[in-house]
Design a protein around this ligand. Structure first.
Ligand SMILES: CC(C)(COP(=O)(O)OP(=O)(O)OC[C@H]1O[C@@H](n2cnc3c(N)ncnc32)[C@H](O)[C@@H]1OP(=O)(O)O)[C@@H](O)C(=O)NCCC(=O)NCCS
Length: 142
């Protein structure tokens, strides 16, 4: 049976760290304590299968009032293509702490089709958005 939970204490922190640090293109090498701090300060959601454990994850970086940034969405490779990715994002966006947001934001290399089904559109005024970005921060030796 499938269960989706936003209970932080149910999350498999080791599994989330393993996937993000080793298999994601956006958080490669992220230290475990940095990730744990990030997760603690986010609204998180996981998909769990009976007898298997956690197979999917998503989180929102948010003030829980006006703005949320959707991040770290993944499904373990052997469980993809069965709706878990969409389900975990939908469940996260339905969380009571994340209602009434003026803006949701996300960045994706190639999953625009997934997020388009959930109401996301490309930036309408990209010239108004700015960033400070340090993509090598997790892997740079001090
Ligand atoms: C992206 C990811 C989370 C999708 O999870 P998933 O469980 O395979 O996706 P789902 O089965 O829920 O698919 C949801 C929808 O997205 C679409 N979709 C899924 N993978 C897709 C792909 N590779 N290309 C285009 N569309 C895709 C599906 O068509 C599906 O549409 P439907 O609901 O109308 O059937 C998963 O492939 C993954 O973990 N990828 C590696 C990590 C990653 O890239 N994360 C996203 C970072 S922005």
């Amino acid at each position: 049976m499938l269960r989706i939970s936003a209970d932080f204490d149910e999350l498999d922190l080791a599994l989330i760290h393993r996937f993000l640090s080793a298999d994601s293109y956006w958080a490669a090498g992220i230290p475990r304590d940095t990730l744990n701090r990030a997760l603690r300060n986010s609204v998180c959601c996981g998909v769990f299968l009976d007898g298997i454990g956690q197979v999917a994850f998503a989180r929102a970086v948010t003030d829980q009032a006006t703005f949320a940034y959707l991040a770290d969405v993944f499904v373990l490779p052997e469980h993809r293509g069965r709706g878990h990715g969409r389900a975990v994002v939908e469940a996260l966006m339905a969380d009571p702490r994340l209602q009434g947001m003026r803006r949701w934001h996300l960045i994706t290399r190639d999953m625009q089709p997934l997020y388009a089904k959930l109401g996301f559109v490309p930036l309408t005024q990209p010239e108004r958005h700015m960033q400070r970005h340090d993509p090598d921060i997790y892997t740079r030796t001090p």
